[in-house]
Design a protein around this ligand. Structure first.
Ligand SMILES: Cc1cc2nc3c(=O)[nH]c(=O)nc-3n(C[C@H](O)[C@H](O)[C@H](O)COP(=O)(O)OP(=O)(O)OC[C@H]3O[C@@H](n4cnc5c(N)ncnc54)[C@H](O)[C@@H]3O)c2cc1C
Length: 504
């Protein structure tokens, strides 16, 4: 049974062997593994459980229900929107379903540079097999590509770049195109309908609308958590205290360091909240006059170009290009212009194909504990900005190769690119705060895993070096950005942590 905190009429005092904070990719798989191992598991999730029948596909309602800060979260300098899911299943409920097994090159790199012998491709393979099975991951057929993703495929093939259709965790998806507002058809195999029900079937208890504000420490050991049951408006209504032998924090790479910093947990590495990777993303548009692309219809993300990725192909530019649909509301926040020029842009909305650039950021930002909410400090470094420009140029090139009349960038004043000769407009413009619309769909690295207590926040088993009983199991663990869409890597790393707890 799922117990909503909003129904609490008295303080909640709970006990468990293991309490897990957060029910997204990381929290859900740990809950499943530990419950299956016979542990008494309690999952606490700040957001609500939103069943498919209540997902009404309206941005106004769903953004508020399913995202932290209603989807308006951003870096302190306002240069990047930071999208993070909130609710049973976490970001897996609002994500675009792309599934990459962590590339072997990256796993080997982490094994050797971070001292993580459990992460060899051979040892991770059975975990990924299990994850793919539970999430019902299948490769998208080319026939399933919408016109938008097809343009990226055609353009990149004409240029001789390697790419492929995505593997996706979908079951009977007919391409409604509303993935980021939750799947009203239960086709998306999110954690809320896969690992969480499996955990519950094995005995785990799940409380939603319970926000954890502090990890409780006694004599240097984690002994539970404290927080509040929330009403439907997210106001605290009843205090919640939990006593547990183990605490697993799986709130995502923004909320996890925020919680641990507020709890003043000892951190000999001094790295908690640092090393924030955001996978900066930006749209590039191709205009195909007279063609109906309707990029927001059908399977939103279907095709990617891996040619320039370091984890996939050893390329130093280190970015992916991915087809992505932008519903009119999002498009309105990306396109510049006023009055007649804006009208002209929107008149042609259905003729636009959109490519999303996904940069594997090599430099990082920080999360600190702000007034009630986490403070995210992040600016593109010069080196990352240079690679971002290379990515924008490549995206534009793919659209022109596919036959676009022009490619448009998301700079404050959109750059109109008609041919190679125009690419200087991208190279010569600064990418400092606010110069180009950028978004982060993937946050990683703020409690990184590794074998050195002076460098890494948690040890190779996911436990904080100086706090017995306190573990991290989410995207915070990443030693670096994954460079590919990260959900499967999150499930995989969290499973390593879950197994270590189960067997210790
Ligand atoms: C719009 C969008 C699209 C994406 N598309 C893809 C994609 O196609 N492929 C892919 O691989 N990845 C994608 N991702 C990213 C992927 O979903 C995440 O990387 C992954 O879910 C992260 O797992 P996690 O466990 O770290 O955090 P999450 O899955 O975000 O789960 C964290 C949970 O913890 C809860 N929580 C946080 N703090 C507290 C607290 N104090 N008390 C109680 N609960 C708390 C949160 O509410 C949340 O439910 C996308 C993300 C977004 C936002």
């Amino acid at each position: 049974m799922i117990v909503p905190g909003s129904t609490a009429t008295a303080p909640l005092h709970l006990k468990a062997q293991v309490v897990i904070v957060g029910s997204g990719a990381g929290g859900s798989i740990v809950a499943e593994r530990l419950a299956r191992a016979g542990k008494d598991v309690l999952v606490l999730e700040a957001g609500p459980f939103v069943p498919a029948a209540k997902m009404n596909q309206r941005e106004r309602d769903m953004m508020r229900l399913l995202y932290w800060e209603a989807g308006m979260r951003a870096t302190e300098n306002g240069s990047m929107g930071v999208l993070h899911g909130r609710g049973l299943g976490g970001s897996t409920v609002v994500n675009y379903l792309d599934c990459f097994r962590t590339p072997p090159r990256l796993l080997e790199h982490w094994v050797h540079t971070r001292g993580l012998p459990e992460l060899t491709p051979e040892k991770m393979a059975p975990r990924f097999d299990h994850i793919f099975e539970v999430l019902h991951v299948r490769k998208l057929e080319e026939s399933g590509l919408n016109p938008n993703n097809r343009k990226l495929m055609e353009g990149s093939r004409a240029l001789g770049w390697s790419g492929d259709t995505f593997h996706r965790n979908a079951n009977n998806c007919y391409g409604s195109g509303f993935c980021d507002l939750g799947c009203a058809y239960n086709a998306k195999q999110s954690a809320a309908i896969t690992f969480i029900p499996l955990a519950m079937a094995a005995g785990a208890r799940v409380y939603t609308e319970v926000r954890v504000d502090r990890v409780t420490l006694e004599a240097g050991r984690a002994v539970g958590v404290e927080g509040w049951a929330l009403d439907a408006e997210r106001r605290p209504i009843q205090p919640v205290t939990v006593r547990a032998d183990r605490v697993v924090v799986a709130g995502g790479a923004i909320e996890t360091p925020h919680l641990l910093l507020r709890s003043a947990v000892p951190d000999p590495s001094g790295q908690l909240g640092r090393n924030l990777h955001l996978h900066p993303g930006a749209p590039v548009v191709g205009h195909f006059p007279g063609e109906r692309i309707a990029n927001y219809e059908g399977v939103k993300q279907g095709y990617y170009v891996g040619e320039f990725s370091w984890p996939l192909h050893g390329h130093d530019d280190d970015f992916l290009l991915e087809g992505i649909g932008a519903p009119p509301g999002i498009a309105a926040t990306v396109f510049s212009g006023q009055g007649a020029s804006r009208q002209a842009t929107f008149k042609h909305l259905n003729e636009y194909a959109v490519v999303g650039v996904l940069l594997r950021d090599h430099d990082t930002g920080t999360v600190t504990a702000g007034e009630g909410r986490p403070k995210i400090d992040y600016s593109l470094s010069e080196a990352d900005a240079l690679r971002m420009k290379a990515a924008v140029v490549a995206a534009a090139r793919s659209m022109l190769a596919a036959g676009a009349r022009v490619a448009l960038t998301a700079h404050g004043e959109a750059q109109i690119l008609r041919s190679e000769a125009d690419f200087d407009k991208v190279w010569s413009r600064s990418l400092t705060a606010g110069q180009m619309a950028m978004f982060s769909f993937h946050q990683m690295g703020t409690a990184r895993m590794g074998d050195r207590r002076d460098r890494d926040v948690v040890n190779p088993e996911g436990q904080l070096w100086s706090v017995p009983g306190l573990h991290v199991a989410d995207a915070s663990l990443f030693p670096e950005a994954s460079g590919v869409n990260p959900q499967v890597t999150v499930y995989g790393l969290a499973d390593v942590v879950g197994e270590a707890i189960a067997t210790s």
